[in-house]
Design a protein around this ligand. Structure first.
Ligand SMILES: Cc1ncc(COP(=O)(O)O)c(C=O)c1O
Length: 412
């Protein structure tokens, strides 16, 4: 694969780029600026003269405190933070093209508070799209996604006042196509004409990955309008790497937008959700009342830290595409190792072979084991059916080995 934008940069190269970007932002000590309700971090609290800031471009950016309000891949933006907005634009281009199969300049996007906000942004756009372009009534629109979907979709349905129809899955966590068909037939009978699909690229509990064409084919057969969003908040930095050449991305004409979360697998600071959408769609959530902001305020959050974009950019540039491939494969190797041991013990679990989550049937893990190893249940209320292990960077084979020894003793 030829990468258009993603490459590795040394620490001094990153430093030079960030310094340049910060110079392109307003310097409150040099330029008189009377109108904007912003300043650098309070120097009485956050000492900006400490020597280590010299060698820490990310911390220097924190102190300058750029506000990336708005969306910078389209139209005009606040000029005060032009320098670092360029870095955010670079992050969106790199991820849309080199990770998610988009054509150059075919997508917009921004760094959101998290996966929840990015998912809500998508559903907000499509709800307005159906209302504006098709004259849809709010009760003619429904979200469609699997039972394994993250609860942020239920939140979005509640906030945006639209229905959420949840589709059962088979034992292998794939969409139950018969049930999907039945749900669509019933929804149509109940007056639903427009569907917003949320297809998972790595569910929270199982790491399972939905096939978006199962939804698309079914809705096309039923001759209804739909828009499809991919929730890759967990899997977005794993699946495209472990399954290169897959079509759960912008090369698939049915996919209109994708959520990624840099504060999960990329280990970025919190506040680094990422929303990427095909051009021409962000406009559906334009708030015309936001007159005093230069450019279009078309994101769910208003003010947001520009430093988060720099953090994501640094991580991507430190690894480069090949370094990131190696890192993901190291985690998959550890996950394979764990699954092999569980197989040896006859312990039942679910795992998508391209993902780093292993979800074990609750009957095999006793409360002491759950507590000792910090396993996460599928439900905190009532009886858990499953417990998951997420093989993150800090989860090493020696920890998994200790877990297996304990589980094997307890299941003897
Ligand atoms: C699949 C999925 N989507 C969305 C989210 C929500 O992300 P955040 O907590 O960043 O808002 C999560 C979080 O676990 C997730 O796993």
């Amino acid at each position: 694969m030829r990468y258009q934008f993603w490459r590795r940069l040394s620490a001094p190269e990153q430093e030079a780029r960030i310094t340049e970007a910060l110079k392109g932002n307003i310097d409150y000590t040099e330029k008189v600026s009377l109108g904007i309700p912003a300043s650098k971090l309070d120097p009485n609290v956050f000492n900006d003269q400490v020597s280590f800031l010299k060698d820490a471009p990310l911390l220097r950016a924190y102190v300058q405190n750029p506000n990336h309000i708005g969306c910078h891949t389209m139209g005009s933006s606040e000029t005060f933070f032009r320098g670092t907005q360029e870095i955010e634009k670079d992050v969106i281009s790199l991820l849309s093209v080199d990770l998610l199969g988009a054509e150059i300049d075919s997508c917009d996007g921004y760094i959101a508070a998290g996966g929840t906000e990015a998912n809500m942004q998508a559903i907000w756009i499509y709800r307005n799209y159906f209302i504006r372009d098709f004259g849809a009534n709010i009760d003619e629109i429904a979200i469609l996604s699997s039972v394994d979907t993250h609860y942020s979709i239920a939140k979005a349905a509640n906030l945006l006042n639209i229905k959420w129809l949840s589709v059962p899955v088979n034992d292998d966590r794939t969409i139950d196509e018969g049930e999907l068909d039945r749900i669509i037939i019933n929804a149509k009978k109940a007056g639903i004409k427009y569907f917003i699909i949320v297809s998972n690229m790595g569910t929270t509990m199982f790491g399972s990955v939905d096939d978006p064409s199962v939804y698309a084919n079914c809705l096309i057969r039923h001759e209804v309008q739909f828009k499809l969003h991919v929730d890759g908040a967990f899997g977005g930095f794993v699946y495209p790497v472990s399954r290169a050449g897959n079509s759960i991305n912008f090369s698939n004409k049915h996919v209109s937008s994708i959520t990624l979360d840099a504060h999960k697998m990329l280990q970025a600071p919190y506040g680094t959700g990422i929303f990427i959408v095909r051009k021409g769609l962000m406009e559906y959530v334009y708030t015309k009342e936001a007159d005093y902001v230069n450019g279009m305020d078309i994101t769910l959050s208003g003010s947001r830290s520009g430093t988060n974009a720099i953090a994501i950019w640094m991580i991507l540039m430190t690894y480069g595409p090949h370094g990131w491939f190696e890192k993901i494969n190291k985690l998959l190797y550890r996950t394979d190792w764990l699954c092999k041991q569980l197989d040896g013990l006859g312990i039942e679990y679910y795992r998508n072979p391209s993902m780093n989550i292993v979800t074990i049937k609750a009957q095999y893990v006793q409360p002491e084991v759950v507590h000792k190893f910090g396993l996460v249940p599928d439900s905190h209320q009532g009886q858990a059916n499953w417990y998951k292990i997420v093989v993150m960077d800090h989860v090493q084979v020696e920890h998994l080995h200790e877990f297996i020894e304990e589980v094997s003793l307890k299941n003897d």
